[in-house]
Design a protein around this ligand. Structure first.
Ligand code: HEC
Length: 112
């Protein structure tokens, strides 16, 4: 009986985790970076996520947004944007900005 309870709670924990992972971005995520990006909107965050999966998986598999720290992302995104533009895979300055903000949001969210 005890085993069953453990089993059930493990399953619900797994379900909860996978739900969390694929969960839609929310205003709460935006609020976490309000101090850094005062005029940031949920629409921009979602656009950043879409652009990230479109533009950042062109040369290698998509890296996890939490694989680097929020301090490191600006440098990496700038470097990757340069590389993409050299290969005419074009990431515009506006797109670069949205991708970076998405990554910083995800890193900031993960820390809390
Ligand atoms: C033009 C091809 C290309 C595109 C597009 C690209 N990358 Fe990369 N990326 C590379 C290459 C090549 C490496 C490994 C060599 C290196 O690090 O210079 C790499 C490595 C990385 C690394 C590992 C850390 C590092 O600095 O080596 C991260 C993280 C990364 N890319 C993130 C991104 C993100 C975020 C985007 C979208 C903005 C992106 N990449 C788009 C080519 C690309």
């Amino acid at each position: 009986m005890k085993k069953n309870i453990l089993y059930i709670s493990t399953i619900s924990l797994l379900v909860a985790c996978s739900t969390l992972k694929t969960a839609e971005l929310s205003q709460q995520d935006v609020d976490k970076v309000k101090a850094i990006y005062p005029n940031y909107t949920l629409a921009e965050l979602n656009d950043g996520k879409t652009l990230y999966s479109e533009k950042c998986a062109l040369c290698h598999s998509l890296k996890s947004p939490t694989s680097e720290s929020s301090a490191k992302w600006p440098h990496i995104v700038a470097e990757m944007t340069n590389m993409a533009n050299e290969k005419t895979l074009t990431i515009s300055p506006k797109q670069e900005d949205l991708i970076l903000k998405y990554l910083v949001t995800m890193t900031t969210t993960a820390k809390k």
